[in-house]
Design a protein around this ligand. Structure first.
Ligand SMILES: *[C@@H]1O[C@H](CO)[C@@H](O)[C@H](O)[C@H]1NC(C)=O
Ligand SMILES: *[C@@H]1O[C@H](CO)[C@@H](O)[C@H](O)[C@H]1NC(C)=O
Ligand SMILES: *[C@@H]1O[C@H](CO)[C@@H](O)[C@H](O)[C@H]1NC(C)=O
Ligand SMILES: *[C@H]1O[C@@H](CO)[C@H](O)[C@@H](O)[C@@H]1NC(C)=O
Length: 576
């Protein structure tokens, strides 16, 4: 069962790929313990969560406990590539200002000596937090599930964590592939039968799977006969997240909530595509099975949290504001070589609140309200027409670090381009690569140009384009990194990320909000129905030389109903 499957020689030297060549994390052995010599500041974010240096990936065990938000995350303390992973730990009172603590969990025991991978937190009755995480126990990448508890519940920051000796709690039985058995969820409590449940990601051959385990005491766990859910042909499932959403309410729900008027969300991170997919469905306590709603697409044509750089996300319930908050990780889009030179790689995206769309068919995500406290200088624009080929500069704010919220309107849908029936309805990204911002259209492309240089040598457009299909209009939303940088880069990763927006066009309006932060553009279309995150590395459009425009390249005149844009401040304390 060798885990070293491919050994490639590249310009960087030896690269070893885990997991049968599926993406996961490439291990650049010789760079794993090469500390950053100097940390390059350009392209570092101003208001996103980032440690001062080195590699980060998955957010882990987010929770709110006694007035403090905790964020743990996968971190390499020794270098800017994946490796030496520990659970780094930061705390905050407002989800904006962060204080860095010592790593909470790191390899030290037989049940985790080869790695402390992702997991979740649960607050047990009596207000007792517990973390479940995946431990790697040997060189063959064998995965087990462990728990850790705070050493001192009276320490407001829960600085120290203990890994009791009765670990591991769960080892793979014979039916489970033990090298694809990881990322336990927050536990939920079913109410009637007195059992806790958790789910763990994995696979059975090419069938992606979310295993289900039950326990009465949180120590003895028994695998349920059936997984919570599975789907053939989707490959390994990582980082499952399972939680209820309210059908009509405006509040988030605790993971253990039991009652009527709810739907469930099952999200999985597909290792094969490196995107996250979710379905909405029902879950019954008695059967202990999750069933996606009729019409939900289960697999990589399905709904995504984000159509760009967003992976391994995890949500938690925040009882202080009765909301469910989602944390997601964005990796870099530059090369490993660049990451080593920068001395850092990976950011956590701005936390998002999650609610069910009133249409019941998808989720809505929106940046947490706290991010608005960072808004500084504001500029506004309203009732501004944009004819074909026109663009207007949004001046007076720091365009490299900004929050932009705009509502576009148009008088008619008549000029929407026909949607060719040969196009793949599910490959929005391909369509966006053919119908980019420079390709004249009818209704659209219109939107904003972020991180743009003065003469548009570089820019990352975020825009809509409306098509007329047989009996409906299709709204394409793109965040296109193709022209984001002048930097040479054969084969560099500069995707034209895109998704369709399931929005009612009766009012002939489309809204767009983008959080722009030096090397990241996080965009929310139509109030958070479709979200796209891009990582980009401009060479000219940096700091004070970045510009922001609104544009229209379609024959249909567009109106900016309202546009509000703010310079964004840095938090006073970011994880120093
Ligand atoms: C790892 O796998 C190899 C090949 O199957 C086996 O010979 C070896 O004993 C395993 N090592 C451990 C520590 O499990
Ligand atoms: C077990 O999982 C690993 C990692 O995803 C994969 O490489 C291997 O092929 C799987 N084994 C089987 C029998 O499916
Ligand atoms: C609009 O289209 C023209 C002509 O193709 C192109 O030169 C211009 O760059 C486009 N604008 C944007 C923002 O892409
Ligand atoms: C982020 O980096 C790009 C470029 O290297 C890869 O193509 C993506 O697969 C990767 N995404 C994740 C989630 O690892």
């Amino acid at each position: 069962m060798g885990y070293i499957l491919w050994v490639l020689i590249r310009c960087l030297g030896l690269i070893i790929i885990f997991n049968n060549g599926e993406a996961s994390h490439k291990a650049y052995m010789h760079l794993q313990s090469t500390p950053a010599i100097n940390v390059k500041q350009v392209h570092r974010t101003g208001y996103h969560f980032q440690p001062t240096k080195h590699w980060i990936n998955d957010p882990n065990g987010p929770m709110y406990y006694n007035g403090i938000y905790h964020l743990f995350y996968q971190y390499n303390p020794k270098g800017a590539v994946w490796g030496n992973i520990v659970w780094a730990h930061s705390v905050s009172k407002d989800l904006i200002n962060w204080k860095k603590l010592d790593p909470a969990i790191y390899p030290s025991k037989p049940f985790d000596q080869f790695g402390c991978w992702s997991g979740s937190a649960t607050i047990l009755p009596g207000n007792k937090p517990v973390i479940l995480y995946t431990g790697i126990i040997d060189k063959n990448n064998t995965q087990v599930q462990n728990y850790a508890i705070p050493a001192d519940l009276s320490d407001p920051y829960l600085t120290k964590w203990i890994k009791p000796d009765n670990n591991p709690l769960i080892v793979a039985d014979i039916s489970v592939n033990k090298t694809a058995f990881r990322d336990p969820t927050t536990a939920w409590w079913s109410g009637d039968d007195g059992h806790w449940r958790i789910s763990i990601g994995g696979r059975r051959r090419e069938r992606g799977m979310s295993f289900l385990y039950r326990s009465r005491d949180f120590v003895h766990w028994i695998k349920a006969k059936h997984p919570l859910h599975s789907k053939g042909g989707t490959g390994n499932w990582e980082c499952p997240d399972f939680f209820p959403v309210s059908v009509s309410g405006k509040n988030g729900l605790d993971t253990s909530f039991v009652g009527s008027g709810i739907k469930y969300v099952l999200k999985v991170s597909l290792d094969v595509t490196r995107y996250e997919y979710y379905t909405l469905g029902t879950y019954s306590n008695e059967k202990d099975r999750y069933v996606p709603d009729e019409g939900m697409i289960d697999g990589w044509n399905g709904l995504r949290y984000d159509y760009g750089n967003f992976y391994a996300s995890k949500s938690f319930f925040d009882p202080s504001k009765n909301r469910r908050i989602l944390w997601g990780w964005a990796n870099e889009s530059d090369s490993t070589n660049d990451d080593v030179k920068k001395g850092w790689a990976g950011i956590q995206l701005i936390p998002r609140t999650i609610l069910l769309d009133p249409n019941g068919k998808q989720l809505l995500q929106w940046p947490i309200e706290e991010v608005e406290t960072l808004r500084g200088k504001k500029v506004e624009l309203s009732n501004r027409k944009l004819v074909k080929g026109e663009k207007v500069e949004i001046k007076g704010i720091t365009a490299a670090q900004a929050d932009v919220d705009v509502v576009f309107s148009f008088d008619s849908l008549d000029k929407a381009e026909p949607f060719d029936s040969n196009w793949d309805r599910y490959d929005a990204q391909k369509l966006c690569s053919q119908k980019g911002s420079t390709v004249e259209g009818g209704l659209g492309p219109f939107g904003i140009l972020t991180l743009a240089s003065e003469n548009l040598e570089e820019y990352t457009p975020v825009f809509f384009r409306v098509f007329k299909a047989k009996d409906e209009h299709l709204v394409l939303m793109c965040s296109d990194a193709t022209r984001s940088t002048l930097k040479e880069g054969n084969g560099a990763y500069r995707p034209s990320f895109a998704g369709f927006v399931d929005v009612d066009l009766t009012e002939k309006k489309l809204s767009l909000r983008s959080l722009i932060d030096n090397s990241v553009v996080e965009s929310f279309g139509a109030g958070g129905k479709t979200c796209i995150t891009s990582r980009v590395y401009p060479t000219l459009a940096i700091y004070g030389n970045a510009h922001l425009y609104a544009f229209n390249n379609g024959t249909q005149t567009i109106k900016i109903d309202s546009l509000n844009a703010w310079s964004m401040n840095k938090p006073l304390k970011m994880n120093q």
